[in-house]
Design a binder for this molecule. Structure first.
Ligand code: SAH
Length: 239
């Protein structure tokens, strides 16, 4: 009898200490989902990104997991954030805009140049596309790969290399997303674009305002459309 009472008392103590904590934990997780929902609605959809596939992917990917702990509280604000090595995770609106414009989704093969934190790659993968992403800074490539694996993004391959050369083994790509500013469009990337494929790329002078271009390949010809002024970190070249 005594054992039973102690057992019941133990359960009551356990319940008292453990169960009240659970809602607090899930409330904290919810809190970030609410912030993310507000980010998608107020910063991205309100500014003209309407593609449901893109908006759903942005709603799913936990941006706060892609920034350093010290930046986590700003993760759902409308701005780029430092991710170490002098690089930045892009502003959420730009990620949404660049995602929507290349029409990602299941069955699409997409190459990203400039993995950085892995956030843009995760958003592309969350649309159901198969994603290949290249980062030139080994430390960022390693931390992004670990993060993407931990978060369970399976339709994604990452490597450390100079993205100027693209990823010939997996070409052609339905779309290419370049997230560092180049002075000209690297010819290997045009070659690796599928017929009818789309590339979104910031082109211009490093450290100044660049122009975001949409390149479309039709057979052996390409056309280019100026989308908007942007500011990206410079495209580096391997020495
Ligand atoms: N897409 C990233 C943001 C990237 S910032 C994100 O979602 O977090 C641009 C990234 O491009 C930086 O990490 C930079 O190191 C990388 N980069 C610059 N030049 C590159 C090149 N030639 N090849 C591959 N990555 C490059």
């Amino acid at each position: 009898m005594r054992i039973q009472c102690e057992f019941i008392a133990a359960i009551l103590i356990f319940s008292f200490f453990c169960f009240p904590l659970s809602p607090t934990v899930s409330a904290a997780a919810d809190e970030r989902a609410r912030e993310r929902h507000a980010m998608v609605k107020e910063q991205i959809a309100a500014r003209g990104v309407t593609d449901p596939v893109t908006l759903k992917a942005l709603q799913q990917v936990p941006r706060h997991r892609f920034v350093p702990a010290a930046q986590s509280r700003y993760a759902y604000e409308d701005r780029p954030l430092p991710i170490g090595q002098g690089q930045t995770i892009s502003q959420p609106f730009i990620v949404g805009y660049m995602t929507e414009i290349i029409h990602p989704g299941p069955g699409k093969k997409i190459l990203e140049i400039g993995t950085g934190s892995g956030y843009q790659a995760a958003v592309l993968a969350a649309t159901g596309a198969q994603v290949y992403t290249i980062e030139i800074i080994p430390e960022l490539a390693a931390s992004a790969a670990a993060r993407l694996q931990q978060l369970g993004y399976r339709k994604l391959m990452a490597k450390t290399a100079d993205g100027y050369y693209g990823w010939a083994e997996h070409a052609p790509f339905d779309a290419i997303v370049v997230t560092a500013a180049t002075e000209f469009v690297p010819p290997p990337l045009i070659e690796q674009l599928a017929d009818g494929g789309l590339m979104v790329i910031p082109v211009g002078t490093p450290y100044f305002v660049q122009t975001l271009l949409l390149i479309q390949r039709q057979g052996e010809t390409t056309s280019s459309t100026n989308l908007m002024p942007v500011r990206f970190v410079p495209f580096k070249r391997a020495e």
